[in-house]
Design a protein. Structure first.
Length: 323
């Protein structure tokens, strides 16, 4: 299924939808399904490092240039894939020419560090930009080597793709990714085992909670830093055709609800910003205004996903699930 078809279906359905060292393993780690009883959902804080009340994590996807040569979804009217779609390719080019530089400057102004999910092929095309992202203090995370869907890969193909992605990111940035985001969150039954064996410690392809949790992979804890589809700029702008004011309203409403809950539960808000979408001037402005609003509340901190994952792995309060 192509991305654009997926996001349309998601909108219609209301969007419901590594090796970890022994030193990282929480003491007494044991997997058990939780009943979500009131006692488990309510307790006294602090729930985050340094007594923070709530964490916001921003994803910044680096994808421009890695899209398929033909048939890639875009706002342009569809044409026969036998013909080159020149305007669509330019729409993707905006991501690395304008979008990411604008987002990086905005995050710098707001003193926020984010996680950049990098497609390996995009990194190979724009290594200096990938390096700049890391040099500015942001995390480089795996996002596959190409836009090929992981869910249809054999285990050998999947492993080879992730290894290529590691090498591309390392070559450009000097850092090795420890987190992963699959093509539209759809991995395979083997994904987590493969990721863990390659040195990854977390993935984000789960929308089932509003806080990080742990799953058991080969009798070792593997962190999940959940994603949120309705805070995804592609979904809101490209599928639901939100205006910037509508998206701003959704961001604020989500924050307000989670901030209230954060008084008695560990709460995390996930926000997604794609290079060619959130990097547009009015949309970057919307993100900046939201960040300023969130920062005006006591106890709100922004964290990279690798920081969240490592904290979740070390915290005895982290939920542990069986899969």
């Amino acid at each position: 299924m192509r991305r654009r078809e997926f996001i349309k279906q998601s909108a219609i359905s209301v969007l419901a939808a590594g090796v970890v060292s022994q030193s990282q393993k929480p003491k007494g780690f044991a997997m058990a399904k939780l009943s979500n009883s009131p006692a488990q959902l309510s307790s006294k804080g602090p729930f985050w490092p340094d007594g923070a009340r709530m964490v916001i994590s921003v994803s910044m996807q680096m994808e421009g240039g890695a899209q398929p040569a033909s048939g890639a979804e875009s706002p342009m009217p569809k044409i026969d894939p036998q013909f080159p779609d020149l305007p669509a390719s330019k729409w993707y080019d905006y991501g690395y020419k304008e979008g990411l530089p604008r987002l990086l400057e905005m995050f710098e102004r707001r003193k926020v560090k984010v996680t950049s999910h990098m497609v390996g092929a995009a990194v190979d095309l724009h290594p200096a930009l990938a390096k700049e992202i890391v040099e500015r203090g942001h995390e480089a995370s795996g996002h596959g080597q190409t836009w090929s869907a992981q869910y249809s890969m054999t285990p050998d193909q999947e492993r080879a793709s992730y290894q290529q992605s590691i090498e591309s990111i390392q070559r450009a940035t000097g850092t090795r990714p420890v987190g992963f985001n699959a093509f539209w969150l759809r991995g395979t039954p083997h994904t987590l085992e493969i990721l863990q064996s390659l040195g990854f410690i977390y993935h984000i392809d789960d929308v089932s909670r509003d806080e990080p949790f742990l799953v058991n992979v080969n009798n070792k804890p593997f962190a999940v830093v959940p994603y949120t589809l309705h805070m995804n700029d592609i979904v809101d702008y490209e599928a639901r055709f939100f205006s910037t004011s509508m998206y701003a309203g959704d961001l604020k409403a989500e924050f307000d609800a989670l901030y209230a809950e954060a008084e008695y539960r560990r709460r995390m808000m996930s926000v997604s910003a794609h290079d060619r979408i959130a990097g547009r001037p009015s949309r970057t402005k919307t993100h900046e205004e939201f960040i300023a609003y969130a920062q005006s509340h006591p106890g709100v901190v922004f964290m990279r996903k690798d920081e969240i994952a490592r904290f979740a792995l070390s915290s005895p309060q982290t939920i542990q699930e069986a899969i």
